[in-house]
Design a protein around this ligand. Structure first.
Ligand code: SF4
Length: 145
C-alpha cells in the first residue's frame, strides 16, 4: 500500500496546483484536461502540477498537503456545472482562480458519446484554437498577481 505522507509547509512541492474536470466524453471537459497538461508541459512541474480531483473528497494526504501549501489553487472546468471548483471547495479549499471554458472562452459543449463507434477519434471534437485559449487563460491565472 502506498505511503501517504502529507506535504507540509516548507517542504519542496509545486508552486501552484491546478484541478481540472475531465468531462464525461464532452469536448469541454477534454479540452480542460488537455489544456492543463499543456500548461504543465510548458511551465514545468516546479511551477505547476495537476492535482487528482477525486483525491480531495477522499482525503488523500499527499494531494491535500500539496493543495494546502500551494501559492495558488486554480480550477478549470469545461461547463457551468463546475465540477472541479465545487469539488475543491467542498474539500475546504479556497480557490485563487476559477476558469470555466464555456463562460470564459465561449465554448459550446458537445457530448460526443452519441458518436462513439462511428469512426471519429477524440481529437475530432477538440479544437486547437480553444485548447490554446484555455492554456493561455490558465497561464495568465498562474502569473497574474
Ligand atoms: S464541469 Fe461540465 S464538462 Fe466538466 S466534468 Fe463537470 S459536467 Fe463535465
Amino acid at each position: 500500500m502506498a505511503e501517504e505522507k502529507e506535504c507540509q509547509e516548507g517542504m519542496p512541492s509545486h508552486e501552484n496546483i491546478i484541478f481540472s474536470c475531465s468531462g464525461g466524453l464532452s469536448n469541454t471537459g477534454i479540452t480542460s484536461a488537455l489544456a492543463c497538461l499543456e500548461v504543465v508541459k510548458e511551465l514545468g512541474l516546479e511551477k505547476a502540477a495537476i492535482g487528482c480531483l477525486p483525491s480531495l473528497p477522499l482525503g488523500v494526504k499527499p494531494v491535500i498537503g500539496k493543495t494546502r501549501v500551494a501559492r495558488k489553487v486554480i480550477t478549470v472546468d469545461g461547463c457551468p456545472f463546475e465540477c472541479s471548483r465545487k469539488t475543491v471547495e467542498a474539500a475546504g479549499f479556497s480557490i485563487t482562480k476559477s476558469i470555466v471554458l464555456a463562460r470564459d472562452i465561449g465554448m459550446k459543449k458537445v457530448a460526443f458519446h452519441r458518436d462513439i463507434g462511428k469512426g471519429e477519434g477524440v481529437a475530432a471534437y477538440v479544437s486547437e484554437e480553444e485548447g490554446k485559449s484555455a492554456k493561455e487563460l490558465i497561464e495568465k491565472a498562474i502569473f497574474e498577481d
